[in-house]
Design a protein around this ligand. Structure first.
Ligand code: ATP
Ligand code: MG
Length: 434
């Protein structure tokens, strides 16, 4: 992509209304624009990252055996009256009538809808277990939308729902999602702490939240330092023993920790840090299958209510969390897996014919090799181009200047380490094609 034809409205000044670094950087790097309180437009660069995050989430859901569908954003109030949640949900739910005066709402979550879809199709234990998911926009009229996409009113969520015949099956589905979450966050370069969550009004007895450690997180956590010692490789190859190990280690939200009279963690290993909740998994049994009238015939011919779970990931919130975890004074440092482009190509001297044709040629070769490149071909000072590239945080920068062109040399800079090397065009191409 040529920057001269792209849409990248970067900002020099730090926006006054943004309090935390990820929000500031998302605005400055031209990833998002606020269009109303807690509602954002995704600009081209931000949309690329969102799609990459979404893709990792999707791949790990598929790998765990979950099946993707897509449910609508707008739902009928009747569906929610059946479970009793239309009144229970409160002012976070955005409600509105259609032209016939029927009450509608913008979905904050989908337990009722998925259960209804499932019950119309499934009669027998042979159709179980199943886990279905979608990645869809949600609306919650948060009392205090803030921190940009971290706590928005409109936000993108992956929500999965499992249906099992019995408690044992439900636990297996829960564990499969637990593994998917560990892998999902590890692939994004994040260290996620699974915290045993109180199950609250949704009921049931099994629930974990996944938190990314960051000073700007909204939750206060207490946990065993050993959690931080679990390596990325271990998380990527996670199985039930990894879950047993992680859940065996102490990790609690402040309110829960305060209730514990005898903390099992020795003081030198007890850490207290803030966390951003990026995922939440629940196993709640037959709560919705009962209220929505879902039952299936078991192998003995009796009607039973399937045991269910629901599993959320804050897809748009993750972008903020990744930036909180990976940035420096100059801007964002994207992990390779979610970077909007892999390479930023900088022509230092747009006014120099030799430089421009060398840069054009290299850009053509990168494109032919299928290497995602953002090419800064604008008529701007070199310094401004460097600042923009650092701000938007692409993993690799290729710099072409007049001296190098004479010698057939380009400079390759790694954004994360600042490490630079001079390479011939050929070896640069070879390096990037690795
Ligand atoms: P929170 O305690 O942060 O309000 P929640 O318990 O209401 O979260 P869930 O209903 O479990 O969240 O939703 C699943 C995931 O969706 C959360 O783990 C979070 O990552 C994300 N999420 C929830 N609310 C928002 C929001 N207002 N803006 C962005 N992401 C959100
Ligand atoms: Mg909430």
């Amino acid at each position: 992509m040529r920057l001269s034809r792209y849409f990248l409205p970067v900002m020099k000044e730090t926006p006054a209304d943004a309090q935390i670094v990820s929000h500031k950087l998302m605005l400055r790097a031209g990833l998002i624009r606020q269009t109303a309180a807690g509602i954002y437009a995704w600009l081209p660069l931000g949309l690329r990252v969102l799609k990459k995050i979404e893709r990792i989430v999707r791949e790990e859901q598929d790998r765990a055996g979950a099946v993707e569908l897509l449910m609508p954003t707008v739902q009928s109030a009747d569906l929610w009256r059946q479970s009793g949640r239309f009144d229970a949900y409160g002012p976070e739910m955005l409600r509105f009538p259609d032209r016939h005066g029927r009450e509608m709402l913008y979905g904050p979550t989908n337990e009722e809808m998925i259960t209804t879809i499932f019950l119309e199709a499934v009669r027998s234990y042979r159709d179980l277990p199943r886990t279905l998911y979608h990645i869809q926009w949600k609306f919650r009229d948060e009392v205090r939308p803030r921190f940009g996409v971290m706590r928005g009113r409109e936000f993108l969520m992956k929500d999965a729902y499992s249906f099992d015949l019995d408690d044992e099956g439900m636990r297996a589905s829960y564990e499969a999602m637990f593994v998917a979450y560990l892998r999902t966050f590890a692939r994004m370069g994040l260290q996620a702490v699974p915290v045993r969550a109180p199950t609250g009004p949704i009921g049931g007895d099994l629930s974990h939240e996944f938190h990314i450690l960051a000073d700007t997180g909204e939750s206060a956590l207490f946990y065993d330092a050993a959690i931080e010692e679990v390596s990325r490789d271990e998380l990527l190859s996670a199985d039930t023993s990894t879950i047993a190990r992680l859940t065996g280690l102490y990790a609690m939200e402040e309110e829960e920790h305060a209730k514990v009279s005898d903390c099992p963690v020795p003081p030198e290993r007890l850490r207290s840090r803030r966390g951003i909740e990026v995922g939440h998994i629940f196993a709640f049994g037959s709560k919705y299958s009962k209220s929505m009238g879902l039952s299936v015939q078991n192998a003995e011919g009796a009607q039973v209510h399937p045991q269910m779970g629901s599993y959320g990931v804050g897809v748009s919130r993750l972008m903020g969390a990744i930036i909180e975890a990976s940035h420096d004074e100059a801007g964002i440092v994207w992990p390779d897996s979610v970077a909007p482009f892999r390479v930023g190509l900088i022509n230092m001297r747009a006014d120099d014919g030799n430089c421009a044709s060398a840069a054009d040629e290299l850009y053509g070769r990168l494109r032919d090799a299928g290497i995602d490149t953002l090419y800064d071909d604008r008529d701007e000072r070199g310094g401004a181009k460097f600042a923009t590239m650092d701000l938007i945080g692409l993993p690799l920068q290729l710099v072409i200047g007049p001296k190098g062109v004479e010698k057939g040399i380009v400079e390759l800079k790694r954004r994360a380490t600042g490490e630079r090397e001079e390479l011939s065009l050929e070896s640069a191409m070879a390096r990037l094609s690795e």
